[in-house]
Design a protein around this ligand. Structure first.
Ligand SMILES: Cc1ncc(COP(=O)(O)O)c(C=O)c1O
Length: 364
């Protein structure tokens, strides 16, 4: 039986959270002498002299409409990185509690787990990048608090089997967190509609990818109201600035533009795949449900360095488990993607013309 209280660290259960001036007051007033703010104003033209709404009610109401999820199920963080970090801090007792992560995946899970002192059990993906479901089930111990999944996964680009995720949600009595940072680019729906069914589910999403707001730093966690309350309890009181709240509200009114970018990103993903395919340096382009392609190449590191010299930076993942010789390439604008292909062709010509064989005799 799922028992949230059993999962929350005892010191967090007992914690009396900081109560800010803006937490204690709600209603109408016109003289604010409660928060030691500057009464005159700010050098900026908006009223940034006031502390922002700690629980971002206006923003959450708008996000609730957009995502079709009641506001009590929503937490907002300084990027989804904050949502990830707080999840480890809420549930993992240092030196005692365990988390399961499935590499290759987003690096912050391991970093946050290490900062928190959680014990990490790694269950690598299978060679086709599917979840090793039986491996995960075997790795669960009485101390396992979290299973972290990323779907679509960074850097492999694939979504995990829905059935495998359902099995984990049903069989695991701890928390299953699914990072859906790239869900907007996927051909299948995410797990938001399943929130009501699974009290042990946390979803992380972000405004940094499809929404084009990586510089704003806003991420979302969706979960049961009880889990959201735990995250609210331990966050910094004013973790989303007034400037960010105002700007995000404006951005949320322009969802149509985001839809357009999603569509052209997906078109460009197909274009880039087709343009990469005939290159001799390309060994394999993995299927992608995200805004990047993972590409296995001959001489990946050399290609990475060559591209850098040309002013193009991609992500070298060749040292990452199961991603040997692979580069992760974000889908750019059409002219950027064309330039990348031209640079790769130039590299290929150069490699063909020189003594260096791009054919690895061991693999050919
Ligand atoms: C899977 C995944 N989750 C989370 C993040 C971080 O997102 P944010 O910018 O919201 O902190 C990234 C960033 O690359 C990511 O790839």
């Amino acid at each position: 039986m799922f028992n949230l209280q059993r999962l929350i660290r005892p010191n967090i259960q007992e914690l009396i959270p900081y109560s800010s001036a803006r937490d204690e007051f709600s209603g109408n007033a016109y003289i604010f002498l409660d928060a030691n703010e500057n009464a005159w104003g700010s050098p900026l033209d908006k009223s940034y002299n006031r502390y922002p709404d700690p629980l971002q009610h206006q923003l959450k109401a708008r996000i609730a409409e957009l995502k079709q999820v009641p506001p009590e199920h929503i937490f907002l963080g300084n990027g989804s990185d904050e949502c990830i970090d707080l999840t480890f801090r809420a549930f993992c007792e240092p030196g005692q509690d365990e988390v399961i992560i499935c590499p290759p995946t987003y690096g912050m899970y391991e970093v946050c787990a290490r900062i928190q002192g959680a014990i990490i059990r790694k269950v690598p993906l299978l060679p086709d990048f599917a979840l090793d479901l039986s491996g995960i089930l075997e790795a669960i111990t009485p101390h396992t608090k979290l299973i972290i999944l990323c779907s679509p996964n960074n850097p492999t680009g694939n979504c995990f089997s829905r059935e495998a995720i359902y099995t984990l949600l049903r069989r695991f009595e701890g928390i299953v967190a699914i990072d859906e940072a790239y869900i907007d680019f996927a051909s299948q729906p995410g797990f938001l509609p399943e929130l009501d069914q699974f009290p042990n589910l946390i979803l992380w999403q972000t405004f940094s990818k499809a929404w084009g707001l990586a510089g704003l730093r806003v991420g979302m966690a969706f979960a049961s109201p009880a889990i959201i309350q735990v995250l609210n309890k331990i966050k910094y009181p004013y973790n989303i600035s007034q400037l960010t709240q105002d700007t995000l509200l404006q951005a949320l009114a322009r969802a149509d533009q985001v839809q357009h970018w999603k569509e052209i990103t997906i078109q460009q993903r197909t274009w880039l795949r087709q343009a990469l395919q005939p290159l001799q340096i390309v060994e394999k382009i993995y299927p992608s449900e995200a805004n990047f392609l993972l590409v296995k190449m001959k001489q990946a590191r050399k290609i990475y360095e060559y591209l850098l010299q040309q002013g193009t930076v991609v992500r070298d993942r060749s040292q990452v488990i199961l991603c040997e010789d692979s580069l992760r390439i974000t889908i750019g604008r059409p002219e950027e993607n064309k330039m990348l292909i031209a640079q790769l062709k130039a590299y290929e010509q150069q490699a063909l013309g020189s003594q260096v064989s791009i054919h690895d005799p061991l693999k050919d």
